[in-house]
Ligand binder design. Structure first.
Ligand SMILES: [Zn+2]
Length: 85
């Protein structure tokens, strides 16, 4: 399953959260929520500053999906996008 950056909307492989050095999976998920894909880069950057590749409605849905849970498995992007579409 893919996860989506709340800043730029780019998809990332969920498994990337297992590969963030110094953080466990849940810590990496929290960092991704807060800092976007910048948290998953090697080396990590403070904050994703990329221009969004999706519409602002879609971005709102992505952010809302991440608010549903601390667990990426429960980030229901389809549901969130329906609400914000
Ligand atoms: Zn990003």
């Amino acid at each position: 399953m893919d996860i989506y950056c709340g800043q730029c909307g780019e998809p990332w492989e969920n498994d990337t959260l297992h590969e963030v050095s110094g953080l466990d999976y849940i810590q990496a998920a929290a960092a991704f929520k807060l800092r976007g894909c910048a948290a998953l880069m090697e080396p990590p950057r403070p904050y994703c500053k990329a221009s969004p590749v999706v519409s602002s409605d879609e971005l709102a849905g992505i952010v809302a999906a991440m608010e549903l849970s601390d667990y990426p498995d429960e980030w229901d992007y389809d549901l969130a996008r329906e609400i914000f579409a």
